[in-house]
Design a binder for this molecule. Structure first.
Ligand code: UDP
Ligand code: MG
Length: 273
């Protein structure tokens, strides 16, 4: 198999505090892999600025000037992690043999990229990064995540546990993703549905090096709702059957009311005679 050209796609929202270090680390990883003949020298990094309000976009431009393997796209507005990532994946589609998505804070171990590429080179079309432990998460995040996987599974949705958006996708997987046509982007639910051969790489998730989480509870909730309503008709059926139950209850009450009015009138009439 020929040496692959890879693209590392990073969604970035207000990441000025971490981006330069993250890019430096990723470039070093690329250099190492190029040195070992695992990826082509024109493999690159694409930073997708998700309408940041800080200096993220300026930084991306400076990083590009220093090393043109660092490329960038900029979204006009803040559209959220999944949209920024999707925009990035669609930008590299047709311009790489495999794309690896990773968060800007490098909480997901970038050294796992080499293992992902190795699995891709031995034939996997998708490689999921799976976190071994969640001890850097708060008790709340750990437990809500667990219950959420369970809920999704009960709803009949196929997801890879403890996998967020750190993954490798082959050019073929990117083409299929482009055809998916889903507007509520919940990539970790869509990608297993593509149905290509896949592997897993386990890694340790670290805490953020700098900056704050861009996922407040409100965004997490909206994301979870998308993660269920986009893939399962069960919530719709639940609404339907709840409606049906209330309808039946209403009919019973109506019959009862009509009957009691009827009997009251009848007994009044009977009283007159
Ligand atoms: N992100 C984004 N748009 C947003 C929110 C987040 O592109 O509106 C990016 C962010 O820059 C990071 C990734 O999505 O690269 C994950 O965000 P974060 O690390 O804050 O999430 P957490 O690790 O807390 O779940
Ligand atoms: Mg993070």
């Amino acid at each position: 198999m020929k040496v692959p050209r890879i693209a590392i796609v990073i969604p970035c929202y207000n990441e000025e505090a971490v981006l330069p270090q993250s890019v430096e680390r990723l470039l070093a990883i690329l250099d190492r892999m190029v040195g070992k003949g695992e990826v082509t020298p024109d493999s690159y990094i694409l930073c997708c600025d998700d309408g940041s309000k800080d200096r993220t976009w300026e930084l991306i431009k400076t990083l590009n000037q220093a090393d043109n393997r660092v490329k960038g796209i900029s979204l006009a507005h803040n559209r959220g992690h999944q949209n920024a990532l999707f925009a990035g994946l669609m930008t590299v589609k047709g311009k790489c043999d495999a794309a690896i998505s990773i968060d800007a804070d490098l909480q997901d171990d970038p050294d796992a990229i080499e293992v992902m590429v190795d699995k891709f080179s031995s034939g996997e079309e998708i490689v999921y990064g799976v976190r071994m432990k969640r001890d850097t998460d708060t008790w709340f995040k750990r437990n809500t995540a667990r219950s959420f996987y369970k809920l999704q599974r009960n709803m009949g949705i196929e997801v890879v546990d403890d996998h967020a958006d750190f993954r490798l996708m082959s050019a073929k997987a990117l083409d299929l993703l482009a055809e998916y046509g889903e507007s509520n982007l919940y990539l970790r639910g869509i990608i297993p549905q593509i149905g290509l051969s896949s592997g897993i790489v386990a890694y340790d998730r670290k805490s953020r090096m700098a900056g704050e989480s861009k996922y407040p509870l409100s965004k997490m909730l909206a994301f979870s709702i998308d993660g269920i309503t986009s893939f399962s008709s069960r919530p719709m059926r639940l609404v339907f059957f709840t409606g049906l139950a209330f309808l039946i209850l209403d009919v019973i009450v109506a019959i009862y009311v009509i009957a009691s009015i009827f009997f009251q009138t009848a007994s009044k009439l009977a009283g007159r005679h």
